[in-house]
Design a protein around this ligand. Structure first.
Ligand SMILES: Cc1ncc(C[n+]2csc(CCOP(=O)(O)OP(=O)(O)O)c2C)c(N)n1
Ligand code: SF4
Length: 287
């Protein structure tokens, strides 16, 4: 193996598993993909057991395509629907106890910096709203207050999907769910506001209506987390099962909710903006 980690030494590639060969030859290892390339290359996540038509699975697919350097990325997740797909990808995945993602990611990031002082390693937490803001609330907030350099992506389906429809802190007030029959009493938690209070360097709210925008947002978050500070993306990823959205209407729902209360929003600190401007300018010059 060469020191380039992804590119095997000449003559060695053919002895690696076919999956790996494909990822090097026809996949994302060592390359950057566009949303319009979808379907034309070997993706990091190809199969998953999530419900047909689930918007969360679409978002996860886009998130993996967007990773700027998947071969140097480690995902952290927890119980919930999303991990069913995240754990199938060709990216190392750490599955912690429910709610401890941001504590695990904090330790991991520090350990990686000691073990690989000359190689950046991106750490990305991707977990449900319940896992992050209910049971994981303390770990989430403290990782932000400590300015830990990793990305947190909330798969906000506004319910506990994996356990059959309990309300979460992110469920809208008044919403009746299978296991919240009286309707939710309290308001949806303003996690974007909390992220601002904690001075998170890159904050975004997004719905999966525009693949190119989803990918750009994820890339920007991961890059800011690599060199500047904490990054947070809150993504509307509807649960068609618990919200009874017919599969053909899942995207219409995403557009409706985006228009109503989930419009695209980016809040970037001055230092993160300066950093991103520099990177994006260099990349334009290269083209
Ligand atoms: C400590 C602990 N408590 C409870 C559970 C049961 N559990 C598994 S998934 C889940 C809810 C998942 O909801 P969310 O995090 O919003 O993700 P979603 O499934 O909606 O994507 C719960 C409560 C668990 N696995 N561990
Ligand atoms: S239960 Fe809901 S969130 Fe979970 S996979 Fe099915 S549609 Fe998606």
């Amino acid at each position: 193996m060469s020191l380039e980690t992804v590119r095997p030494s000449p003559g060695f590639l053919e002895y690696l598993p076919v999956e790996y060969q494909d990822l090097v030859r026809h996949g994302q290892y060592g390359k950057s993909m566009k949303a319009t390339d979808m379907g034309k290359f070997k993706e990091l996540v190809e199969e998953h057991p999530m419900c047909a038509g689930c918007a969360m699975s679409l978002f996860i697919r886009l998130a993996f395509i967007a990773l700027p350097t998947p071969e140097h990325t480690i995902m952290v997740g927890t119980a919930g629907c999303g991990r069913l797909a995240i754990s199938q990808a060709n990216v190392p995945f750490i599955y912690g106890n429910y709610g401890d993602t941001n504590a695990v990611a904090s330790g991991l990031k520090k350990g990686l910096a000691v073990r690989f002082p000359n190689q950046f390693k991106d750490v990305v937490v991707m977990a449900g709203d319940g896992g992050l803001v209910d049971i994981g609330f303390q770990g989430l907030m403290h990782s932000w207050f400590r300015k830990e350099r990793f990305t947190t992506i909330m798969l906000d389906n506004e319910v506990y999907g994996n356990t059959g429809g309990q309300e979460s802190g992110m469920t809208m007030q008044g919403k009746v769910l299978k296991m919240a029959p009286r309707g939710k009493r309290d308001e949806k938690i303003d996690v974007l506001g909390l992220a601002q209070t904690a001075k998170v360097d890159y904050i975004a709210r997004i719905a999966p209506t525009n693949p190119a925008r989803v990918m750009r947002t994820i890339r920007r978050a991961v890059l800011v987390a690599r060199e500047v500070g904490a990054a947070y993306i809150q993504a509307y990823t509807s649960c068609n099962i618990e919200y009874s959205i017919p599969t053909p209407d899942v995207m219409r729902d995403a557009f409706d909710i985006e228009k109503e209360r989930y419009g695209f929003l980016e809040i970037i600190s001055d230092r993160a903006k300066e950093y991103l401007d520099g990177i994006e300018k260099k990349s334009k010059e290269k083209k």
